[in-house]
Design a protein around this ligand. Structure first.
Ligand SMILES: C[S@@+](CC[C@H](N)C(=O)[O-])C[C@H]1O[C@@H](n2cnc3c(N)ncnc32)[C@H](O)[C@@H]1O
Length: 187
């Protein structure tokens, strides 16, 4: 709440996501062959326990969080998980520096629409450059597809990553949220 009052646009919501959002991000995916995964906008780690818990042994998991206060809380809550205090716009450089040049999935709880356009573009281009063909980009949003803003956001993500593979309502989250996934196109 303190961080939300300080920078509402960067947080997007004062409420942490529920584990149901993480489960919707993972639903139906075969994670058994995954080697490296990134979570963007990890906050204090509301999704990170479920996401990292679904990964096979040996799969790398890296959380990226821009707020120093939230990254510090993340470390306190999740001492065994790797978190970088950094900007999702730099995801390409961050992952290469960490020896993760290829990703099987990117999970994003970033408040995409309220971020500056340049940040959105750099983050999406960076994620597209890291994802293996067929890799997954999952985004949680409070904008339904029925609204123009929601459609524009999905179009932007899809243009960078690939076609939308699923889009489902998580009604039990506060507030209700949608999780959509795009699969990285070949080439
Ligand atoms: C809606 S909150 C989600 C927090 C948590 N993952 C959850 O699900 O409850 C969005 C998070 O994105 C972070 N964030 C915003 N802009 C960012 C950026 N450019 N790079 C990295 N993190 C960012 C915020 O600080 C905040 O922790």
């Amino acid at each position: 709440m303190r961080e939300f009052l300080r920078s509402p646009r960067e947080l997007g919501t004062a409420f942490p996501c529920s584990p149901a959002v993480a489960r919707a991000m993972l639903r139906g995916l075969d994670t058994s062959g995954w080697r490296a995964v990134v979570e963007l906008g990890a906050g204090t780690g509301a999704l990170s326990g479920v996401l990292s818990g679904a990964l096979p042994k040996g799969c790398r998991f890296l959380a990226v969080e821009r707020s120093p206060a939230l990254a510090a809380e993340f470390r306190a809550h999740w001492p065994d998980l790797d978190v970088v205090e950094g900007d999702a716009a730099d995801v390409g450089a961050i992952c290469r520096m960490r020896g993760m040049p290829r990703l099987d999935a990117v999970f994003s709880a970033l408040p995409l629409r309220s971020l500056p356009e340049a940040v959105q573009e750099r983050m999406l281009a960076g994620a597209a450059g890291l994802l293996a063909p067929g890799g997954v980009f999952a985004q949680v949003t409070y904008w339904p597809r029925a609204l123009v803003a929601g459609r524009e956001m999905r179009r932007r993500v899809s243009e960078h990553i690939g076609p939308i593979e699923s889009d489902r309502l998580v009604a039990g989250n506060t507030p209700p949220a949608w999780v959509f996934r795009c699969l990285k196109a070949e080439g």
